[in-house]
Design a protein around this ligand. Structure first.
Ligand code: ZN
Length: 238
């Protein structure tokens, strides 16, 4: 019994040490990735071509909460992102650059709007796309920017994780992780690497106020651009 119990204790101790070692490893990896991302050379963006898809537009307002309209915020963040990327030598195009949509009359109008965006992305000649959205749910407590990807292309997960790392403090306390989603039409249909970013929850009053703030939008744009530069600096993004 005693031997068993000592062994049991030893095994538990070893198991604990094992878990602790894994946890330290994960933290260390995250720490290195964060500092690499924060010190990334933005010149990595030079010559890269990116297409930005500001979600919704025209007759499709997207989510509306706290006096804010998703289609306006997505276009504004997208514009700031374009400026940051272009200032570092990237070539940027948009699926829409005004308050417009591609809805068709009758059934399937929304689907056709999305398919037109897919077509624009595919024919843009860009190597990567970013779709920009805002989240909305029941319950005002939920917050945090989150990046979605489709695993059909191996490059999408590391891209989404880099992007999520860039957005880890947006807003402070954001614990969300990059998430795979097989249901998002644009992620399903486009054949170049890309992600969809839910920049934050319009249904959370504090986050809504941030999303409406041009300074916060600028910070989001800069973090997304940093994450892109980091992604391009990794072998997998080359
Ligand atoms: Zn949306």
């Amino acid at each position: 019994m005693r031997v068993m119990s000592i062994r049991g204790k030893l095994l538990r101790k070893l198991a604990f040490l094992g878990i602790a070692a894994v946890a330290v490893n994960v933290l260390a990896l995250e720490f290195f990735a964060v500092s690499e991302l924060d010190q990334v050379d933005m010149a990595r963006l030079n010559g890269r071509s990116i297409v930005i898809d500001p979600g919704h537009g025209g007759i499709d307002s997207g989510a509306e909460h706290h006096g804010l309209t998703e289609k306006d915020i997505t276009l504004s963040v997208a514009g700031k992102l374009r400026n940051v990327l272009e200032s570092h030598g990237a070539k940027v195009s948009f699926t829409r650059d005004g308050d417009t949509d591609y809805y068709t009359k009758g059934k399937g109008g929304k689907r056709n709007d999305l398919l037109r965006r897919v077509e624009i992305i595919e024919t843009s000649g860009a190597e990567l796309f970013i779709s920009v959205h805002c989240n909305a749910v029941k319950g005002a407590q939920w917050f945090g920017s989150q990046v979605f990807y489709n695993p059909k292309d191996d490059r999408n997960k590391p891209l989404a994780e880099a992007m999520q790392l860039g957005l880890r403090e947006y807003p402070p306390g954001n614990k969300r992780q990059a998430k795979q989603d097989l249901q998002i039409l644009i992620l399903n249909s486009v054949n170049i690497p890309g992600v969809l970013i839910e920049t934050g929850y319009l249904t959370n009053p504090r986050e809504a106020a941030l999303l409406a703030d041009p300074d916060y939008q600028q910070q989001l744009a800069e973090q997304i651009a940093k994450a892109l530069a980091y992604h391009f600096s990794q072998a997998v993004g080359r």
